[in-house]
Design a protein around this ligand. Sequence first.
Ligand SMILES: *[C@@H]1O[C@H](CO)[C@@H](O)[C@H](O)[C@H]1NC(C)=O
Ligand SMILES: *[C@@H]1O[C@H](CO)[C@@H](O)[C@H](O)[C@H]1NC(C)=O
Ligand SMILES: *[C@@H]1O[C@H](CO)[C@@H](O)[C@H](O)[C@H]1NC(C)=O
Length: 279
Amino acid sequence: MYISRLLFTLLFAVTQRCAAAKPCAVSASQPSNAVCEPFYTTFNFSSYRIANSISQTSPYPPSTSFVALSSIGAYQTTDRGLELYISKPDGEITTTNGTNDKIASGAAVNSTFTLLYGKVTFEVIAPAVPGIITAVILIGDQGDEIDVELLGGDPAHWQTNMFAPRPSDLLPLWGVFGSTEDVPEGKPTIADMHTYTIDWNEDRITWGIDGNTVRTLKKENAINNGEIRYPSHPTRIQMGIWDSSTDAGTSEWGKGPVDWDVAPPYMKAVVKSVTVECN
Ligand SMILES: *[C@@H]1O[C@H](CO)[C@@H](O)[C@H](O)[C@H]1NC(C)=O
Ligand SMILES: *[C@@H]1O[C@H](CO)[C@@H](O)[C@H](O)[C@H]1NC(C)=O
Ligand SMILES: *[C@@H]1O[C@H](CO)[C@@H](O)[C@H](O)[C@H]1NC(C)=O
């Protein structure tokens, strides 16, 4: 029911825009397409910036493919890729009960396009600092989510997760579909550049690193309390870096809180490329 309404809305929006006899411009608020379209970028937008809602002084036109959710200065497109920054909060930071009273504001960037099934590969370098999370995920407006999460406090591993919430859910099923995987020997930490792949179709999700599939979750096995939970709505690509030092549970999961006496005051994650392939 919900998906048909959403698809109708999307089709309607695309039809409207195309009917105007001009290119179907991608806007930040309306996903351009609900199915998969091949895509590749190194974020080498030598003549583009990433648009966001805050007015900008950049002379460059906005990228039509991505939009920032964080303020200018929190990210940059460079010859090295998309850099996402996180820095020490101003003022004194007090740690109580495994959490910090101030949280570093990080950065996040959405794709403006959506995909419903597809294979997405990210080349990522993440800071190995406890409490700092680098996430490259697929996320839908109704909460469907397929994740790769790089925990700075556990740099020899990477985490995969999936959510397909129901409106009646009181809380996300945090631990239910998550898993922890090894970072391969040779380039043994998340601070080395690795390729992370989410390959999602109607029947299963696989996660891979450096070209090797390490986890397969079949739809028929994605069961919680006797009900199948499986992402089936259009999703955007979202890349971000954030501080997990908030509530006790999140901080504990994130191997935090960040110890700012030790952590560098400025950190960055680099997404060197994003590739979308379609089945
Ligand atoms: C980025 O784009 C510029 C201009 O197109 C090109 O000269 C440069 O080689 C590119 N760099 C990378 C890393 O792709
Ligand atoms: C510390 O955490 C425990 C367990 O989560 C909680 O019961 C307690 O109220 C917390 N104390 C403070 C001072 O926040
Ligand atoms: C980014 O994606 C999330 C998840 O779909 C959505 O809720 C949010 O509105 C998006 N923001 C922008 C500016 O695209």
